[in-house]
Design a protein around this ligand. Structure first.
Ligand code: GTP
Length: 233
């Protein structure tokens, strides 16, 4: 039996502006990506409802909104459950710019599913090269250990290459592990916001602005001098 899950569903269309105006970390945007059938909807619905339903409509993308408490403060999570294809990632730039974090999901029973994430991760990093985005690698279906086809070494290599935090989940067996993955990603995202806020406050400090101006003038002066010297040699 297929259950449609509609609660908290919103239009999945996003614009990058939705992120820039999100109130300094009170809203958190997370995208769940991965190959077909790895359990993207299962882990998302498990997190939102605590339930594992078993079969899900694979009808398309869905956006869910959920209030959670992160580090003692209420935050609104916007979770986009996707059906991205590796050959159409060019059309996903708005979503990639919208995201604060991404859960890259593979199934431990599907040997291709980890490698397939590389195309997505490469595209994401090319769009967000200069902008911190929290990436999490999620190994799902950990209850099916007897059918495990993806080694821990491959997962560790992936994490090192793409700078990911790592989670092992079983949407079918453990709400706790799924909850812990979403909470941890949210916490990391909040930490990024905090750092950004600190840096922007620091740069707005008049004493710092003055110091930076002096440093720039000195650098310009030194460069001019060097140029003059090399042109007379
Ligand atoms: N045993 C087990 N089955 C799982 C787990 N997570 C998902 N499944 C099953 O795997 C199948 C696919 O799950 P979905 O959540 O629909 O996967 P998906 O990645 O959203 O799939 P698409 O949207 O079609 O790409 C379903 O039959 C789920 O019941 C898990 O942790 N353990």
């Amino acid at each position: 039996m297929t259950h449609a899950y509609h609660a908290m569903y919103k239009d999945p269309k996003v614009t990058p502006d939705d992120r820039t105006h999100n109130g300094g970390g009170k809203d958190i945007n997370i995208i769940v990506v991965g190959g077909p059938g790895v359990g993207k909807t299962a882990i998302t619905v498990r997190y939102l409802t605590r339930r594992f339903i078993g079969d899900y409509d694979s009808g398309g993308e869905a956006m869910y909104t959920h209030t959670a408490v992160v580090d003692g403060k209420a935050v609104t999570l916007h979770i986009l459950d996707t059906t991205w294809q590796e050959d159409s990632l060019d059309g996903r730039t708005d979503e990639i710019l919208w995201a604060d974090g991404m859960m890259l999901v593979y199934s431990i029973t599907d040997s291709d599913s980890l490698d397939r994430l590389r195309t997505i991760a490469d595209r994401v990093l090319s769009v967000r090269a200069n902008d911190k985005l929290v990436l999490a690698l999620v190994a799902n279906k950990c209850d099916l250990l007897h059918r495990k086809h993806v080694s821990d070494t491959s997962a560790a290599q992936f994490c090192a290459e793409y700078n990911c935090i790592f989670f092992e989940t079983s949407a079918s067996d453990s709400f706790v592990d799924v909850e812990s993955a979403f909470s941890s990603v949210s916490r990391h995202i909040k930490a990024v916001y905090k750092k950004r806020e600190k840096l922007s406050k620091f740069l707005q400090n008049p004493a710092v602005t003055a110091k930076l101006q002096i440093r720039n003038s000195l650098r310009n002066f030194a460069e001019k001098k060097l140029r003059r010297r090399t042109s007379t040699m």
